[in-house]
Ligand binder design. Structure first.
Ligand SMILES: [Zn+2]
Length: 283
């Protein structure tokens, strides 16, 4: 699933191309993509796009008159450009054409989990989908993180995936962040020392910033709206690397299923809290 760095990359490439354009036509080919009435889409005809923003893993295209299109790409949602009127393939569920442009923007989604919602509001971030989201990790003040995590009890891997804690982190970046911080995915958040909380926060910022700069990770079928692959998959140090040597210590990377999600970690660099004592005693 595209996470914060991938959606940020898509938002940036769309922003460059569509802000200032006027929507000519919106065609919906898969009714269930839209959460709402198909007639709502007609209101966007003739509207000028004034902004493209990301919130968590979602994308918000804003028009004049407080109209917004909210997209969640879920597993396999993708934007791409074609020549206007070009025949569409089966997984293409939406087409948007613009005035005075010979190309059109399309949305395809092979697994069909993605969705679109039309909003008419001056405060789109308060909508049902976006309101429950926690702070943006790249916008949160350093001083606010310790307070945020001190109110949480869950295990680190599950906590990082919880969108009400921090918005935008998914399975890949949660694993890479915990490796960077040297913390075991099953460590309860309540057992972190002050120093470990600091390490976790730096790791969150460092990994996400590096991934945004690399244009995200292209695994499975992620591409940005210009059809470009991200590069951060080349920098994955544990994610998807079961049995391969840890780049830091050489131990074999392990895979563990936590809350139904595959988690990758180094058993030596990311020791479980409490176990270290036991090992020391044995030695
Ligand atoms: Zn290691």
């Amino acid at each position: 699933m595209p996470e914060l760095p991938e959606v940020e990359t898509i938002a940036a490439s769309l922003r460059k191309k569509i802000v200032g354009l006027e929507i000519e036509e919106i065609e919906l080919f898969l009714p269930k993509l839209l959460r709402g009435d198909a007639a709502e889409l007609q209101r966007f005809k003739g509207q000028k796009i004034i902004g493209v923003r990301r919130r968590g893993k979602m994308l918000l295209l804003s028009c004049e008159d407080d109209l917004h299109l909210l997209f969640h790409l879920k597993m396999t949602g993708q934007f791409y450009w074609t020549k206007k009127g070009e025949p569409r393939d089966a997984p293409t569920h939406l087409g948007v054409s613009f005035k005075d442009l010979d190309r059109e923007l399309r949305f395809r989604d092979v697994r069909k989990f993605g969705f679109l919602r039309c909003l008419e509001t001056p405060s789109p971030f308060d909508c049902e989908e976006l309101r429950p989201l926690g702070p943006e990790p790249l916008e949160l003040d350093d001083r606010d993180f310790p307070g945020l995590i001190s109110r949480r009890k869950g295990r680190l891997k599950s906590l990082l995936l919880d969108q009400s804690f921090l918005a935008g982190i998914g399975n890949i970046y949660a694993d890479e962040i915990l490796f960077e911080a040297g913390l075991h995915p099953l460590t309860p958040a309540s057992r972190l020392s002050k120093k470990e909380i600091g390490r976790l926060w730096s790791a969150i910022r460092r990994i996400l910033k590096k991934a945004v700069a690399a244009g995200g990770s292209s695994i499975r079928d992620y591409k940005d709206a210009d059809g470009m692959d991200g590069l951060f998959q080349n920098d994955h140090r544990v994610y998807g690397r079961k049995g391969l040597p840890c780049p830091r210590c050489g131990a074999n990377v392990r895979r563990l299923v936590i809350g139904g999600r595959a988690s990758f970690f180094c058993p030596r660099c990311q020791r479980k809290k409490g176990r270290q004592k036991l090992t020391t005693r044995r030695v």
